[in-house]
Design a protein around this ligand. Structure first.
Ligand code: GRF
Length: 205
C-alpha cells in the first residue's frame, strides 16, 4: 500500500495563522498531506518562527540576494524539487508569483484571499469591502495564475457584514472561514477531486 503523504510547501510573509490551521489538519492521523517546508521572504515573519518551533524545515530566502525575480524563483524551484513538493500554498505571501514558478508547477499553486473574488483583489480586501458598502464578503481559495488574485476560483465562504463592523472585526470573522476552507481545498486536491476547466474549477464528487 502506498502511504506516501502529499507534500506541501507553505509560502508566507507574516503572522501565519493560515499556516497554523493547515498544520493542525496535517497532523491528524487520517491526513493525506504534510507540510514539508515553510518558506518566507521576511526573516522576522511570525509564521516562520512558529514553523521552526514545530520542527518543520524553514527557509528564509531574501529576494534582494538575487539579481532578478527569475533567479529568486529558480532558487525556490530548486528547494521545492529537493523537498519533492506536490502543492505550493501561498498563505499571506506578499509577492506576486511569476510565470517561471507557475510554469514549473502548473495547477499546483493555490492562494487564499480575504474577499469573494473577483471582488476586491489586492491589498486590504476587507477595508475595500467595507468602503464599498458591501453587505456580504468572505474568502476565496483559488489557483494562482500570472495576475493578482485572478486565477480560477476553487472554493469560497461568505461572511455577512454588520453595520458596526471595523476592518478588524470583519477580518477576524473572515479568518475563521479562511482557516476552514483552506484545508478543505488541500484535502480535495490530494483526493484528486479538483479539475481545472478553463477559468473554472470542478469539484468531482
Ligand atoms: C489572510 O487574510 C489571507 O487571506 C491573506 O493574508 C492574510 C494572511 O494571514 N492572503 P495569516 O498570515 O495566514 O494569518
Amino acid at each position: 500500500m502506498n502511504t506516501r503523504k502529499g507534500k506541501i510547501a507553505i509560502l508566507l510573509s507574516g503572522r501565519g495563522s493560515n499556516f497554523e490551521a493547515i498544520y493542525k489538519n496535517s497532523i491528524r492521523k487520517d491526513s493525506l498531506f504534510e507540510i514539508a517546508v515553510v518558506v518566507s521572504d521576511k526573516s522576522k515573519a511570525k509564521g516562520l518562527k512558529t514553523a521552526g518551533d514545530l520542527g518543520i524545515p524553514t527557509h528564509f530566502i531574501r529576494p534582494r540576494d538575487f539579481s532578478s525575480k527569475d533567479e529568486y524563483e529558480k532558487n525556490l524551484i530548486e528547494l521545492f524539487e529537493t523537498f519533492k513538493i506536490d502543492l505550493i500554498c501561498l498563505a499571506g505571501f506578499m509577492r506576486i508569483i511569476s510565470p517561471t514558478l507557475i510554469k514549473k508547477f502548473p495547477g499546483r499553486i493555490i492562494n487564499i484571499h480575504p474577499s469573494l473574488l473577483p471582488l476586491f483583489p489586492g491589498l486590504h480586501a476587507q477595508k475595500q469591502a467595507l468602503e464599498a458598502g458591501a453587505e456580504i464578503s468572505g474568502c476565496t481559495v483559488h489557483f494562482v495564475d500570472e495576475g493578482v488574485d485572478s486565477g480560477p476560483v476553487i472554493m469560497q465562504a461568505s461572511v455577512g457584514i454588520e453595520k458596526d463592523d471595523s476592518e478588524e472585526s470583519l477580518s477576524t470573522r473572515i479568518l475563521i472561514e479562511e482557516h476552514r476552507i483552506y484545508s478543505e481545498v488541500i484535502k480535495l486536491f490530494f483526493l484528486n477531486k479538483l479539475k481545472i476547466d478553463g477559468r473554472t474549477v470542478k469539484i468531482l464528487t
